[in-house]
Ligand binder design. Structure first.
Ligand SMILES: [Fe+2]
Length: 182
């Protein structure tokens, strides 16, 4: 979703029935052992859906729009656990151009996550640069988002390092690539 689409969401806030969360393309238990069935269930079915429901409420509209948008760049970017999981050669090449190598990129993403005190998001932008935010504020130009609110790491005792080491096995590189704005 681009900024225009995000702003359309903001405008649509007065018509909450028009806002739908995208359905998961994978079963609730398929992210295990990185994310348990229970974690996905609570996190997606309750927390994320609540953002959508509360979205039309007054106040903090941009926070709520961000929460909706970031979750929309988060859930579709995961897939059932794969022990060998690599980006396509084309995406791999873009990552190498921006970060020298895939492993340096992964390390940079992990290090960014560790700099966030408490809750927040790691956002990988369309130019493959990495940003972090500690709230839900709307950011334009996102390629994909990684939730580092506490509930996202609950299965690893809130150990983000451990979570990120395993996160790459459930990342949907194809969805990431499809999210690139041409
Ligand atoms: Fe979340």
């Amino acid at each position: 979703m681009d900024l225009r689409a995000a702003l359309n969401l903001v405008e649509a806030a007065n018509q909450p029935t028009d806002i739908h969360i995208r359905k998961l393309s994978y079963p609730l238990d398929s992210l295990e052992p990185v994310m348990s069935k229970n974690c996905v269930d609570v996190h997606y079915n309750i927390l994320t859906k609540n953002y959508f429901k509360k979205y039309a409420a007054t106040g903090d509209l941009f926070q709520k729009a961000g929460a909706v948008l970031h979750n929309d760049y988060y859930w579709p970017m995961m897939q059932p656990f794969k022990s060998k999981n690599e980006p396509s050669p084309a995406l791999g090449e873009s990552i190498e151009k921006a970060h020298q190598s895939l492993s340096k990129f992964k390390t940079a993403v992990q290090e960014a996550a560790l700099t966030v005190q408490g809750n927040g998001w790691v956002l990988i932008m369309q130019d493959l640069q990495i940003q972090t935010i500690q709230n839900h504020l709307l950011k334009p130009g996102i390629l994909w988002a990684i939730d580092i609110w506490e509930h996202a790491t609950v299965d690893h005792n809130f150990n983000r390092e451990k979570f990120f080491k395993n996160y790459w096995n459930i990342l949907n590189w194809t969805a990431v690539e499809e999210s690139i704005t041409k």
